[in-house]
Ligand binder design. Structure first.
Ligand code: ACO
Length: 175
């Protein structure tokens, strides 16, 4: 058993998903030292990540930990290389509708470029769905590009609605 600080309790990780992973891979809550294991590098397949120092990483990690009834970030680790190779987050939103219902938002799904096509993305989504169900969410939703629709359909999602976005202008003219 690791003594490293983890974001949330191990009991939120599906044993079925762990058993389905290729040998030598582990799915688990994000850990404090995943900074050194290349967690941020994995996110670079998604978008610009930035150049956070360990201190800045810990600031965000500790915020998530203090709110670990809402933020669940997971990692798949290649244990032989001691590297993070895939990651994802589910954020649990509290609502008034649906009798004070809970909605799970899946965010920032990323699989290292050299590790794609091994069903690690699928295992990340299965793990996050398990967490959403265990927390009592009545639905789990996400936004994705058109090219990823077939992937999410294979993960059990169906297309609904449209995403709208407003990017806050760099100038303060709107304030
Ligand atoms: N188009 C069609 N089918 C796909 C695609 C695709 N783009 N990607 C995966 N699949 C299929 C696979 O062929 C496989 O099908 P099978 O079960 O019939 O063999 C199934 O989906 C599962 O695929 P995985 O091997 O689990 O996919 P992978 O590990 O490569 O992860 C992912 C997919 C997450 C999209 C990965 O390629 C990636 O990180 N891409 C770059 C970042 C990205 O786009 N992330 C998602 C952003 S959306 C969000 O974060 C909510």
């Amino acid at each position: 058993m690791s003594t490293e600080v983890a974001l949330f309790e191990e009991s939120f990780i599906s044993p079925q998903v762990q058993a389905a992973l290729p040998e030598g891979y582990t799915v688990r809550p994000l850990r404090e030292n995943d900074y050194e294991r290349g967690f941020l590098k994995v996110l670079e397949v998604l978008t610009e990540v930035g150049t956070q120092t360990k201190e800045q990483w810990l600031e965000r990690f500790n915020y998530f930990k203090q709110h670990n009834h809402e933020y669940f970030t997971i990692a798949i680790c290649d244990d032989r290389q001691n590297k993070v190779v895939a990651a994802g987050t589910i954020f649990v939103e509290r609502k008034f509708v649906h009798n004070n219902g809970l909605v799970g938002h899946i965010e920032d799904i990323a699989v290292d470029g050299n590790q794609q096509g091994k069903k690690l993305g699928l295992r990340i989504i299965e793990t996050l769905k398990y967490i959403g169900a265990k927390k009592g969410c009545y639905k789990v939703i996400l936004d994705c590009s058109a090219k990823n629709i077939p992937f999410y359909e294979k993960c059990g999602f169906t297309q609904k609605e449209y995403e709208m976005a407003w990017y806050v202008p760099a100038t303060k003219a709107h304030l």
